[in-house]
Ligand binder design. Structure first.
Ligand code: FAD
Length: 436
């Protein structure tokens, strides 16, 4: 087992889970978050633990995406701009939308799904967590027969991976959830899954990590990484403070691309911006988190509010709230649910999903450098896969190998970008400090 000290960058679900699993095994770990814990995508997502959920690239999607892309009112929006990295990413995304690649990704994600369910259950019971955690699944709800037929086909793929589903017709759905309108035709319920308030879960898990000995710094931004002799040595914060360590885990969500680039490591990702609008609960409210399928909007009962969330917008790394896209969430909810029109807006938010073009996360040692581990790229599945990613990262660091085959997630699949380091060396700078 590795002794020493691990520094985790990023206080999202992936970073916090990594710190938790390392600290739980007695390892010295320091987590550094530039804002508050959960300040990135992890704090405001839909909170659905959607195990076995398929990757973003899938067969047939390209034609649909081309129709959607330039339309600001569609579920997936790409505002027109000149951005070679985005073009390259879209090209690679297109290449990933084949039946063969989809099936291969599903095999990997299904295995991770089973493991992450075990992680959530272990965390809930071992740590006596008090946050609400609703078992019994989430649903995909349809207003059209064609949508329901497609939903059945998608559900069969999960069944092939031994996940349980239940098909509900409109009447049965309304018997269970009278909030749904009469023209909703049915639902697929993914019964192995669960949902919770993602921020409450993350904050409580962070407290448990602290209880196991992890040191967590918030409002502490990493600005430099010190590498010498091809090995990670230390990070420097914006305050000038320096933390030395043996291992660096980059779990900084979409910002990992930039942090890795400074170290000569290529992790091409695009920010898939999504929104949420929390509204007061309608009466009756729904009891199970649901995705309004034709509109691609999730509705999750969360404490005192109903959270409406969704849409994907590739507009770069920014936190601008686009009102039109927020309003799309309310409009979608009104179409499926009774009483939402009268609900008051409580808060609004946007967050950036870290999206790889091939739809798979990046979990593994960085190529060409010793002691740098990457844990990111979970796109729409980061809350679901955060705990298992943290556990796998801890196994790689402490045991030298993970308990699940994660070859497909390896970090060297994008190649390397050695130029930065070489440039530093040409300048006679053997102890390279990269500014991030
Ligand atoms: C609208 C929406 C709904 C979603 N719904 C779901 C869902 O229901 N289920 C699901 O599984 N997933 C869902 N997701 C996806 C999920 O939220 C993300 O995949 C996940 O949160 C990514 O977690 P992360 O820890 O990798 O990144 P983040 O949560 O973004 O965390 C990265 C952290 O790194 C910090 N950081 C960055 N740079 C530095 C630096 N230099 N120094 C220190 N700290 C730094 C950031 O401040 C940030 O807090 C949803 C996403 C969105 C946007």
């Amino acid at each position: 087992m590795a002794t020493g000290h691990t520094i985790v960058v990023g206080g999202g679900i992936v970073g916090v889970s990594t710190a938790y699993y390392l600290a739980r095994r007695g390892h010295r770990v320091t987590l550094v978050e530039r804002g508050e814990l959960g300040a990135g995508a992890s704090g405001g997502n839909a909170g659905i633990v959607a195990i076995g959920h398929p990757p973003m690239p899938r067969p047939g999607l390209v034609r649909q995406v081309l129709k959607w892309m330039l339309n600001g009112g569609s579920p997936l929006y790409v505002p027109p701009r000149f951005d070679p990295a985005l073009f390259r990413w879209l090209w690679d995304f297109r290449r990933a939308c084949t039946e063969d690649k989809f099936r291969r990704s599903m095999n990997v994600l299904a295995a991770l799904g089973r493991e992450t369910r075990a992680c959530f259950e272990q965390i809930m019971s071992d740590e006596s967590m008090t946050c609400e955690f609703h078992r019994g699944g989430w649903r995909e709800v349809f207003r059209t027969e064609a949508g329901l037929a497609e939903g059945r086909v998608a559900a069969e793929i999960l069944q092939e991976h031994d996940f349980d589903i239940e098909i509900l017709d409109g009447d049965e759905l309304r018997r269970r959830e009278p909030v749904f309108r009469d023209d909703v035709v049915g639902a697929v319920q993914y019964t192995d899954s669960s949902f919770t308030d993602p921020l409450q879960f993350l904050l409580e898990l962070a407290e448990k990590a602290r209880g196991h000995g992890a040191v967590l710094h918030t409002n502490a931004r990493i600005v430099d990484t010190l590498v010498s002799g091809g090995r990670f040595r230390a990070v420097r914060l914006h305050s000038g403070e320096q933390f030395q360590g043996d291992t660096l885990v980059l779990a900084a969500g979409i910002w990992t691309t930039q942090l890795a680039r400074q170290l000569g490591i290529s992790v091409p990702m695009q920010a898939g911006k999504g929104y949420h609008r929390n509204v007061t609960r309608p009466s009756p409210c729904l009891g199970v988190a649901s995705v309004l399928s034709e509109k691609h909007v999730a509705v999750t009962p969360m404490g005192d509010v109903l959270r409406l969330s969704g849409t994907v917008e590739f507009s770069g790394i920014n936190d601008r709230l686009n009102r039109r896209r927020l309003d799309m969430l309310s409009a979608a909810a009104r179409t499926y649910l009774k009483g939402v029109g009268q609900c008051r807006t409580v808060s609004e938010w946007c967050g950036l999903r870290p999206c790889t073009a091939d739809g798979l996360p990046v979990v593994g040692w960085a190529p060409g450098l010793t002691g740098v581990f990457l844990a990111t790229g979970h796109a729409r599945m980061g809350f679901t896969l955060g705990p298992v990613t943290g556990r796998l990262a801890s196994e790689c660091i402490l045991d030298g190998k993970p308990s699940v085959d994660i070859t497909a997630l390896r970090a060297d699949r994008f190649g390397t970008r050695r130029r930065n380091l070489d440039t530093a060396r040409r300048r006679g700078n053997t102890d390279m400090t990269s500014r991030v």
